[in-house]
Design a protein around this ligand. Structure first.
Ligand code: NAD
Length: 490
């Protein structure tokens, strides 16, 4: 039976297998492309979150979920099947609620992560849960040792709004596959994307009650409860570095494991032997994708001073050719920002760039004819040093800062002169020079000459203040595992 994934009654909570509205009633969700009211989502209160945590705890402690990988794999495949059966409905929700460009829903915004659930289902079945170590003689005693990997327990997953399905599924998939139970707390801007997962899990899978819970709320601090509660064993957080700090601090009280995917200000380094035009066009294009609301987008373009004028010209021409537009239109790459608040934030950085003496080469305003919704024009900023705030801080909009450098060593130094280290790009011709730059940049992922690092079997995460741990790949799965060493007399 088809499920209604746009619950008109706002019943978006899934707690202990039951869908409900929760104690706080409902809150309104909006369409960022039009500013119009979209519908309702359940507004959870503290007692709802407490009930979800209790359900997840009981399901972990009192059922066979954590010790039955074949059953978990089956449940994850059922969930994937249900998502696929509802893919068109999900696509429209994702476009309407997250402002996701339609063309990206065929990839990382929806269909990609749905497909990727299969990777974690397969991993649950193929993983070596028990490994024998060689016989050893610690302190003269011959010992047989077995290394066991076990689920951590109750996982609190806190997610942002920018790529809701990708991020929700990159946590829920491996956490469940590894045998944990989960409480998912999505961002208040995208409750329906998360609720759809809960509805489909409840109505189309054998996932036992309490194993997977979804708690939507208007109040951000409902998420803090997951970090503080001692019944939660691990918090998996994606969001801003500022919130990540407070999640980490809140989790310290119960010394729980914290996994953090945070902000970025990645560098796109164009070496002087690169095809300057191709590289700059790519840098200009990619910063406009989903209106720049991607943590791993490269938002600082480092170009050799000798080629600066040419680089500026190509980058400006490419960005001026990209219109911020209706995400439902299949030609749109750059949709709206998620909210008026986020648009204010982006505009305040553009104003700051001007105050700091920078030049807004392209864009800087709101696109003509888009008075409704939260659009900002693709914007190129020049004339500011890497030390300026617009070059140091994450803006999370379609804003690119271009910076000249002298010599490869200075390019590496500028790329690293950032509190972040999430991603980046290097473009050039000489493999040795490229390799030196790749080795020199302290970052979690790097694309060379347009190479794509994003893939479910490849770990993704940050150095420095971009996070702790890795998402996706076997490394991402193992984040949700404990290690137990058992020793027997040999
Ligand atoms: P945010 O930090 O404001 O919120 C993220 C989530 O945390 C939301 O669910 C929010 O309700 C919740 N939250 C807020 N305050 C909290 C608190 N005190 N305790 C617990 N939970 C709390 O981030 P956002 O604005 O929703 O998303 C944008 C940010 O996410 C950007 O900084 C971006 O770089 C980052 N991000 C990082 C990655 C990554 O993988 N590194 C991916 C996507 C987004």
């Amino acid at each position: 039976m088809p499920s209604n994934l746009r619950p008109d009654d706002g019943c978006t909570l899934l707690i202990d297998g039951k869908l409900s509205k929760g104690s706080g009633g409902v809150f309104a969700t909006g369409n960022p492309a039009t500013g119009e009211h979209l519908g309702w989502a359940a507004d959870a209160r503290t007692e709802d979150m407490a009930a979800a945590i209790a359900a997840a705890r009981t399901a972990f402690d009192d059922t066979g979920w954590s010790t039955d990988p074949a059953f978990r794999a089956r449940c994850l495949r059922q969930l994937r099947e249900a998502l696929r059966e509802h893919i068109e409905e999900l696509r429209e929700i994702t476009i309407a609620e997250a402002g996701a460009p339609r063309m990206l829903t065929a990839g990382p915004h929806l269909e990609g992560p749905v497909h990727d659930l299969g990777f974690f289902a397969d991993l649950a079945e193929s993983y070596s849960w028990r490994t024998d170590l060689p016989i050893a003689e610690p302190m003269g005693m011959r010992t047989r040792r077995q290394l066991r990997r076990e689920a951590v327990g109750v996982v609190g997953a806190i997610t942002p709004w920018n790529f809701p399905h990708q991020i929700n599924l990159a946590k829920v998939g491996p956490a469940l596959a590894a045998g944990n139970t989960v409480v998912l707390k999505p961002a208040p801007d995208t409750p329906w994307c998360a609720a759809a997962l809960g509805i489909l899990a409840a109505e189309h899978t054998d996932i036992p009650p309490g194993v997977f819970n979804v708690v939507t709320a208007a109040d951000h601090l409902i998420g803090a409860q997951l970090a503080e509660d001692q019944r939660v064993d691990l918090v998996s957080f994606t969001g801003s570095t500022a919130t990540g700090r407070s999640v980490m601090a809140a989790a310290a009280g119960t010394v729980k494991k914290v996994f953090l995917e945070l902000g970025g200000k990645s560098a796109f380094v164009v070496l002087d032997d690169a095809d300057i035009a191709a590289a700059c066009a790519m840098a200009a294009f990619s910063v406009c994708v989903h209106a720049g609301q991607g943590c791993a987008l490269s938002t600082r373009l480092l170009v050799p001073r000798s080629a600066y004028d040419r680089a500026l010209e190509v980058t400006a021409a490419t960005m001026s050719g990209i219109r911020a537009g209706d995400p439902a239109d299949r030609r749109t790459v750059c949709g709206p920002l998620i909210s008026a608040r986020q648009r204010d934030r982006v505009e305040s950085y553009i104003a700051l760039a001007r105050r700091e003496g920078g030049e807004v080469v392209i864009g800087g305003g709101r696109p003509a004819g888009r008075d409704e919704g939260f659009f900002v024009e693709p914007t190129l900023i020049a004339g500011l040093p890497n030390q300026s705030r617009v070059a140091q801080e994450e803006i999370f909009g379609p804003v690119l800062v271009i910076l000249p450098y002298d010599g490869d060593d200075e390019a590496i130094r500028i790329a690293n002169d950032s509190p972040y280290g999430l991603s980046g790009s290097v473009w050039g011709t000489d493999p040795e020079r490229i390799d030196k730059v790749v080795s020199g940049i302290r970052t979690g992922t790097l694309g060379v000459n347009g190479g794509t690092w994003y893939s479910v079997d490849a770990p993704f995460g940050g150095y420095k203040q971009s996070g702790i741990g890795r998402e996706m790949g076997v490394a991402g799965f193992e984040e949700y595992l404990e290690t137990k060493l058992v020793a027997y007399p040999a």
